[in-house]
Ligand binder design. Structure first.
Ligand SMILES: *Cc1c(COP(=O)(O)O)cnc(C)c1O
Length: 426
């Protein structure tokens, strides 16, 4: 067959872009070479609808072992009894939990999108906001932290069936016990979506949601540094108490409801090649090096926060506990949109972001989100954060000065050659 030079040319181009740039998108990371190699394998050819040992197709003996390894390793990473590694993405993991425990029209309560929440936590443009009655809680104006008292008030008022915690642009740790206490007052279930901080939770650097939340979902490609995908976990399986019964009238355990919600509920055949790569990434997370990586992310984020603060930047909540910072640029006279578009010209990638109580639209925004997972994987340490923040500050304070932008781009490109990315790929 003829070689597709166009696509392989573009893959090459993307590799070069990733190599020369400073990657500060908080949800991105660089997988190891073996995680990537595991993703491009013959298991992509295999249909395996169902679960290990209970498939709808023949010839699943090998992928059964691989998927089981992924499950067992994830159980070990997080210390949980139940894992489903089939969700194609974080959004699918959340959809499956809601599909398993909610009926259309049920009430959910999640963090407001404009305060750091995720689309799938009830935004009206997603299934979660269209199929369910979605309500939201927020952060306090004074300190940018989740207002747990208001959350509880809202829960008492709207009586949600499911409370969702977790965020995409929130730099502080969560009080899962406090949320569970509020949920118990109204008989709500709790889902913790740890898509962002999962790696730091795995390394024991942040509060664990597992003892307090009925369900925990995550992506596998953010701080966990695995292939693009999702995962669902429960510390302990439990019986549903709303009459969901099996074909013989037997009570369904939540593990059964979740498995059925993923397949056949919302997905078809699992991506066994990606599941193999998830297994490899869990193997890596179980090594000591990963713990050092997670700690380094936290040190880098805290170092960057301090330097930004010294330069007069407004960090929402005043700092960070995890791997990201949310910066309110309103005192710097530049919108999030302009900041993103200007920085990319200097080969610095990050994203514009709403800040709490933003007066600009989601297309403009007043803020930017800065994350360190990818640069920490490249090998940058606390001492390098001075240089990183310096570059951002130079561009953000002279966004129309093409000479400054070009100079910073040159310096970034030169600097990044000291942190080789996929050197095995010539
Ligand atoms: C990134 C993210 C997701 C969605 O993950 P996808 O893999 O992009 O579907 C879900 N929830 C939160 C909190 C996230 O940050």
């Amino acid at each position: 067959m003829k070689q597709d030079v166009e696509i392989f040319g573009l893959i090459r181009e993307e590799l070069e872009r990733q190599r020369r740039g400073l990657e500060l998108i908080a949800s991105e990371n660089f997988t190891s070479l073996q995680v990537m190699q595991a993703m491009g394998n013959v298991m992509t050819n295999k249909y395996a609808e169902g679960y290990p040992g209970k498939r709808y197709y023949g010839g699943c003996e090998v992928v059964d072992k691989s998927e089981q390894l992924a499950i067992d390793r994830a159980k070990q990473v997080f210390g949980v009894e139940y894992v489903n590694v089939q969700p194609h993405s974080g959004a699918q993991a959340n959809t499956a939990v809601m599909f398993a425990v909610l009926k259309p029209g049920d009430t959910i309560l999640g963090l407001d999108l404009s305060m750091g929440g995720h689309l799938t936590h009830g935004s009206p443009v997603t299934y979660s906001g269209k199929i369910y009655q979605a309500h939201h809680y927020g952060v306090r104006a004074e300190d940018g932290r989740v207002d747990y008292d208001a959350l509880e008030q809202k829960a008492l008022e709207v009586k949600p069936r499911l409370i969702i915690c977790g965020a995409s642009a929130y730099s502080r740790d969560w009080d899962y016990a406090r949320i569970r206490a509020a949920a118990d007052k109204v008989g709500a279930l709790v889902l913790a979506d740890i898509a962002h901080p999962a790696g730091m939770i795995a390394a024991g650097l942040l509060n664990s949601p597992f003892d307090h939340c009925h369900f925990v979902t995550s992506t596998t490609h953010k701080t966990l540094r695995g292939p693009r995908g999702g995962i669902i976990m429960m510390k302990k399986d439990f019986e549903n108490n709303w009459g969901a019964v099996g074909p013989k009238g037997e009570t369904r355990m939540l593990s059964q409801l979740l498995d059925l919600a993923v397949f056949p509920g919302i997905q078809g055949g699992p991506l066994e090649h990606v599941i193999a790569a998830k297994a490899v990434s869990f193997f890596e997370i179980l090594q000591d090096e990963y713990k050092s990586y997670a700690k380094q992310m936290q040190l880098n984020a805290q170092a960057a926060a301090e330097i930004f603060l010294n330069k007069g930047y407004n960090i929402v909540s005043g700092g960070t506990d995890n791997h990201l910072l949310l910066i309110d640029l309103r005192n710097k006279n530049i919108s999030g949109k302009k900041a993103e578009n200007t920085l990319v010209k200097a080969d610095i990638t990050l994203n514009k972001n709403m800040v709490p109580f933003d007066d600009k639209s989601p297309f403009i925004t007043s803020g930017i989100r800065v994350g360190v997972p990818a640069i920490t994987t490249r090998g940058l340490k606390e001492k390098d954060m001075t240089q990183v923040v310096e570059w951002l500050d130079k561009v953000l304070t002279a966004p129309d000065d093409e000479t400054v932008i070009a100079r910073v781009r040159g310096e970034v490109n030169e600097f990044m050659t000291a942190f080789p990315l996929y050197p095995e790929m010539a």
